[in-house]
Ligand binder design. Structure first.
Ligand code: SF4
Length: 135
């Protein structure tokens, strides 16, 4: 049986201040309220394809219409033409649109690269995350 991860949490996390974030440890996510899923999430076209929200052809040939459709469907809020990144829509309280009521990712197996790589490879403070225990 897997051992529960021991986490020393002193109520220090301020999501807006990465300097207050604790060091990430494997297994922490099980008891976390998913603060990382309340940060702004920017994804690539390939992430949207992986999520089944578009396909190569639409990205190549109808980018403007795709952006319009995804905004209308409340999947993205914006597209940055310079960086070619799409910003995912957030729900009330800044939750990612894919976060469920149990604070689990509904698309975990197909989640965007930025989510897979946070917090060890990408993020405001690499190796640290906005851990807060579930209430
Ligand atoms: S796609 Fe999933 S893992 Fe990524 S921010 Fe949204 S809920 Fe979290």
């Amino acid at each position: 049986m897997a051992q529960a991860v021991k986490i020393e949490y002193k109520g220090q996390t301020d999501i807006e201040k990465p300097g207050t974030w604790p060091r990430y440890k494997k297994g922490m996510c099980d008891s976390c309220m998913a603060g990382c899923c309340t940060l702004i999430v920017e994804v690539k076209a390939s992430d949207l394809i992986c999520l089944g929200l578009t396909d190569d052809w639409e990205v190549e040939n109808c980018l403007k219409e795709l952006v319009h459709r995804l905004k209308k469907q409340k999947i993205i809020t914006r597209f940055d033409i310079k960086t070619q990144m799409f910003t995912l829509e957030q729900k009330k309280g800044s939750d990612c649109l894919f976060l469920d009521k149990n604070r689990r990712c509904r698309v975990y197996d197909k989640r965007p690269d930025v989510c897979r790589n946070h917090p060890l490879i990408v993020g405001p403070r690499k190796g640290h995350c906005p851990y807060m225990p579930k209430r």
